[in-house]
Write a protein that binds this ligand. Structure first.
Ligand SMILES: *Cc1c(COP(=O)(O)O)cnc(C)c1O
Length: 369
């Protein structure tokens, strides 16, 4: 059956900026220069300015961005394998993988059900003498930062690292997520708010020395050709993706504003007592990467919408601690996290869904019995 209202049509997102994107890709194709060139350099400068961060280093994807941050802290002696990183238990697996990939130990902390973000009242009880960092995830496009998290990190000498894969353009007051902490990982996976035509990622950080180590690590551990200071990896953004991202970055604020208007429309029109929505945030603190709703008959709701031509996605069906790859945590009990994963359903959201479509989805959700 064809979906009348897809979860997200990337073809339509692209066609919205079609001529600019074609021009950008053609420019790179014709240039004969495909890696580490002027597009990548310009994108890094423009993205750093947008986020409000002194440094930006691009890389191959969002997972690498996070891996490279921890790896750089290990190379510079700030962390060592076995050290602990506090991280929300309800996140995409990449957040956790970036920690375990470096031999660091994730300490899974519950979110609040009302906000879906890390419960900052639980930080103290998870602190140990091995804690070195908090990895904060701005999940669903919501800002996860609180003053309490900031002062907890400061008081205990911890690095604050942000997973900004789902929150490009989000703000905390005047400050953009990705510039709040010491360093941040960004993903440009096609479906993200700022998405490439393939994989892409970036690190933003305050400290130019950390940025230099990250840049070297992403380029085989080399900062001078054929001289290797670290056993690095090959994780580079290519010129075509950078050119595409420069176009999309110019439209990001407008796209995010449109996402907010879609969210307003859902909030005004959804009224089924069986379906819950998260607590509202001040406007700029949410860029609505996703529009999650909660229902204890989630799977039946998803089928109902699907039968009526509406595409939805579950973010995410199995929490990290229940995955086979992390068998050692399978018996942990994290009831809030488990409830989110059991009840969450993401409704169609993005820069191209029409208001009529949003109203139709709301009508169908309201008709769910
Ligand atoms: C998408 C995502 C990542 C990983 O990004 P990739 O570019 O797919 O590697 C990391 N963390 C979160 C929260 C994400 O949603």
């Amino acid at each position: 059956m064809t979906e009348e209202i897809p979860f997200l049509s990337l073809r339509e997102v692209t066609s919205k900026y079609s001529s600019e994107l074609h021009e950008a890709v053609a420019r790179v194709v014709d240039s004969g220069w495909y890696l580490q060139g002027s597009e990548v350099h310009a994108f890094e400068t423009e993205y750093a300015a947008y986020i409000g961060s002194p440094c930006c280093v691009s890389c191959a994807n969002g997972l690498d961005a996070l891996i490279l941050i921890f790896r750089a802290y290990i190379e510079t002696g700030v962390m060592k394998p076995g050290d602990e990183v506090i991280v929300p238990a309800n996140t995409y697996i990449a957040s956790i993988l970036s920690i375990t990939e470096n031999g660091l130990v994730p300490v899974l902390v519950e979110p609040r059900f009302e906000t879906l973000e890390l419960d900052d009242s639980l930080l103290e009880q998870h602190l140990s003498e091995r804690t070195r960092a908090v990895l904060l995830v701005h999940l669903y496009g919501r800002c996860a930062y609180t003053e309490r998290i900031g002062s907890f990190c400061e008081r205990n000498g911890l690095k604050l690292i942000e997973d900004n894969a789902q929150a490009h353009g989000c703000r905390y007051g005047k400050v953009r997520t990705g510039s709040i902490g010491d360093a941040a990982g960004h993903s440009f996976y096609p479906g993200k708010n700022l998405g490439a035509f393939g994989d892409g990622g970036a690190i933003t950080c305050r400290d130019p020395e950390l940025a230099a180590v990250v840049r070297s690590l992403a380029n085989y551990g080399s900062s001078r050709k054929y001289v290797f200071d670290f056993c690095g990896r090959n994780s580079r953004l290519d010129e075509i993706q950078a050119a595409v991202l420069r176009v999309k970055l110019r439209h990001l604020d407008d796209d995010n504003a449109y996402r907010r208007s879609v969210a307003d429309c859902y909030r005004e029109n959804l009224r089924n007592p069986k379906v819950q929505q998260p607590e509202e945030l001040p406007a700029e603190e949410n860029v609505f990467h996703l529009y999650p709703v909660f229902c204890n008959e989630r799977d039946r709701l998803q089928c109902w919408l699907s039968e009526n031509g509406v595409g939805t996605v579950i973010h995410y069906p199995i929490p990290p601690h229940r995955q086979k790859c992390y068998r050692r945590w399978n018996s942990l009990s994290l009831p809030v996290t488990e409830r989110i994963h059991r009840e969450e359903l993401s409704l169609p959201m993005g820069p191209v869904i029409t208001k009529e479509q949003v109203l139709r989805v709301a009508e169908l959700v309201n008709a769910f019995k």
